[in-house]
Design a protein around this ligand. Structure first.
Ligand code: DP6
Length: 371
């Protein structure tokens, strides 16, 4: 724990308080992948992602704080259903945050979450879920403490707190693109929290990219991301991966600034394939790609060559495809998806998304609706 956190602790005296906070926070898709970690959820390499505009989790916390209260969660609901099986992970997360937020030792909470996207949407929900939760916790703290943080300090703390729940969640607290991991390429970057990539470093067209998500297989992965990160510790290609991520980030930042879609696409496809190559070459090796994933990749590359339309793919740690392309190509890509790609998707499932504006605070007293 750093000195700043210690100060939090000593300068806080418990006051009776109760209230409600509510935040929605988006999922994100990495362009340069975070793969491998060290210490307390610190990344082995810098990563960059953008937040989605449609895929988000809205979480509200009703809290009451008193010196005599035994801390805990009274209920947790997801999309209106009580989920007792989620409680241990959330309770453990909040327990780990007590040093940072002493009020958690004296708080009882009711937590409600609503996801705008179903589990079967092929989007990792943990980034949206943990960033929404972190924003709520930081917001309660903001209400309680005497000295209020500036907006940038607040978001930085929310990013750090989200990271402790799930690494990639720290990139979800900002609109647009965010970088996580210390790198000389991005001023102010840190392993502890993500920073927003300033818009004046991005060519305007690159701020309006579309992301069509193709669901090849929505079943639970046989190896979780956490398991995959662990396998990077003794990975034979570990050192070369670190160099590759840094060099890909360098090229990607230039492509974003120049509006060079071709370079951008080459890098994101290289990252996606490298991520899965790292999984295959781990000990033990494993494979998350499905036949449909490979068929779609082939068709996308063929389509690009024939039509000249700059549509590129990326992948999370799973078999589903994100197609990234300029907004102006939306109609032609939609026609291509519907005529050529949906046969390779589970129940012809896909959804349209794009770069979003980031989290939103809800001030009303009602439970914010889905999305
Ligand atoms: C492939 O953030 O889900 O999506 O920190 O263990 O919760 P934990 O892992 P997680 O890993 C995400 C891996 C990735 C790449 C990325 O989002 O950068």
């Amino acid at each position: 724990m750093n000195r700043k956190n210690m100060k939090n602790r000593s300068s806080y005296t418990i006051k009776e308080a109760s209230g409600r906070v509510c935040w929605s926070s988006p999922a994100n898709i990495a362009l340069i992948k975070y793969w491998g970690k060290r210490g307390v959820q610190l990344p082995m390499n810098p990563s960059i992602s953008f937040v989605l505009s449609e895929s988000k989790v809205t979480t509200s916390i009703e809290y009451s704080i008193s010196k005599d209260i035994l801390p805990g969660i009274d209920s947790f609901t997801l999309n209106g259903e009580e989920k007792k099986d989620f409680l241990p992970r959330i309770e453990n997360y909040l327990l780990g945050l007590r040093q940072l937020f002493p009020f958690l030792e004296h708080a009882r909470m009711r937590i409600n979450s609503n996801s705008s996207f179903p589990h079967s949407a092929g989007i990792a929900s943990s980034a949206a879920a943990f960033s929404a939760l972190a924003l709520c916790i930081c917001d309660i703290w903001q209400e309680l403490k005497e000295q209020k943080a500036s907006e940038s300090e607040f978001l930085r703390q929310a990013s750090l707190v989200a990271r402790l729940g799930s690494g990639s969640a720290c990139r979800s607290v900002y609109g647009g693109l965010a970088v996580w991991g210390k790198t000389s390429l991005v001023t102010g970057s840190s392993d502890d929290f993500a920073v927003r990539l300033k818009e004046d470093l991005i060519s305007p067209g690159m701020l309006e990219l579309n992301d069509s998500i193709l669901i090849v297989d929505s079943s639970v992965k046989k190896v979780s991301s956490s398991g995959g990160h662990t396998l990077m510790n003794d990975h034979p290609y570990r050192e070369s991966r670190l160099l590759q991520a840094e060099s890909n980030l360098d090229t990607l930042l230039r492509a974003l600034s120049d509006g060079d879609m071709e370079k951008f696409g080459q890098v994101i496809e290289n990252e996606a394939l490298s991520l899965h190559a790292l999984m295959m070459s781990s000990h033990p090796g494993y494979l998350l790609l499905r036949p449909g994933t490979l068929q779609i990749i082939d068709k996308v590359q063929e389509f690009r060559k024939e039509s000249g339309i700059q549509v590129y793919f990326t992948l999370d740690a799973g078999p589903n495809i994100h197609l990234i392309y300029r907004k102006s190509d939306k109609q032609r890509v939609k026609t291509f998806i519907e005529s050529e790609l949906l046969d390779h998707c589970e129940d012809r499932g896909w959804s349209d998304d794009g770069i979003g504006r980031g989290p939103e605070k809800h001030n009303d007293n009602k439970q914010a609706g889905r999305g």
